[in-house]
Design a protein around this ligand. Structure first.
Ligand code: PSU
Ligand code: MN
Length: 306
């Protein structure tokens, strides 16, 4: 699985070990409505560039893994009629069917492992679902086994957050609060739960990650970056909507990989677009921090070699 397609600028950044930020694409194909999805993808790439790093949006087109996409490719993926939602187990399916698809957090991490990208920005990671004993996102398995830095705004609020944090603890995945001790809940800045460590700067995050891996661990370092205050929605306001959406999903018989996209869309409707605005803001916020981390990582590696 050494083969993937990249635009020139990504190829160059990979070769020179220049600051690179991977971006996932399930959020485009399944997480956001059109046309906001394409707009957001472009805005995230711009945010990464503004911070001095190169963006690489990851996804599948015609069965080929793309690590970084041209503007036209990004547009195509965002407008695909029936794209796959590609987690690690779907790689072979999408490749043998020569299909198109957006990679989830876990799928994107697998691609990063092949390409050698160490920093990745997403919205909210998947985790342990509420009242569904075996619905545990493959994101957690990927975080347990792929050593890289993943920036998120916490786990998606639709999940069982305490159980998700317990699983991360079991799998030795440190959860670093960025300038906070609280674990954010995606749409909200707090969840009532705590992170396992705190860092106040991108440099501190890089130092932590290096130390973690030098201690012999293979797990990712998860950075929890609360969304900006102005876009945050209080948990008390979100919870009843989330509960309603989950009940509807159960009644309608939604299951498997359809659950998360259904809930995100239904909550956007129920909140009158508020959750969507929060979702867009936190994605951009994470892209920016990830780019700052990628630059700090680059500076540190250069110092080490020099
Ligand atoms: N974060 C968002 N929107 C999304 C997702 C995350 O803001 O659509 C996606 C991610 O790609 C994540 C996936 O990996 O949802 C989790 O899906 P599941 O629970 O089926 O593993
Ligand atoms: Mn699931």
């Amino acid at each position: 699985m050494k083969r993937f397609i990249s635009p020139q600028e990504v190829k160059r950044a990979l070769k020179e070990h220049a600051p690179l930020v991977a971006l996932e694409s399930t959020v485009l194909t399944h997480g956001l409505p059109r046309p906001q999805n394409l707009q957001l993808a472009q805005d995230m790439e711009r945010a990464v560039r503004e911070e001095g790093a190169t963006p690489a949006t990851i996804g599948f087109l015609d069965g080929a893994l793309h690590v970084g996409m041209s503007a036209a490719e990004l547009e195509r993926l965002a407008n695909e009629k029936q794209p796959y939602k590609v987690g690690p187990r779907d790689f072979a399916a999408v490749m043998t069917k020569q299909a198109c698809g957006g990679t989830t957090v876990a799928g994107t991490m697998l691609a990063c492992k092949h390409a050698g990208i160490q920093v990745f920005a997403t919205g909210g990671i998947g985790g342990v679902h509420r009242d569904a004993p075996f619905d545990i996102s493959a994101d957690l398995q990927a975080l347990a086994s792929i050593p890289m830095i993943v920036v998120c705004a916490g786990a998606k609020a639709i999940l069982d957050l305490p159980a998700t944090l317990e699983y991360l603890e079991t799998m030795s995945v440190p959860v670093i609060g960025y300038q906070t001790d609280h674990f954010p809940a995606f749409y909200s800045r707090e969840s009532g739960l705590e992170v396992s460590a705190r860092a106040n700067s991108p440099e501190e995050i890089v130092e932590f990650a290096r130390t973690h891996w030098e201690a012999g661990l293979q797990s990712a370092v998860l950075v929890a970056n609360p969304l900006p205050e102005a876009e945050a929605v209080p948990r008390s306001e979100m919870e009843p909507l989330i509960e309603k959406a989950i009940q509807e999903a159960q009644k309608t018989g939604i299951h498997g990989k359809g659950v998360t996209p259904y809930l995100l869309q239904r909550i956007a409707e129920l909140s009158g677009g508020k959750s969507l605005r929060a979702n867009l803001a936190l994605l951009l916020n994470n892209a920016r921090l990830a780019a700052q981390i990628a630059r700090a990582l680059y500076r540190r590696e250069r110092r080490r070699i020099a």
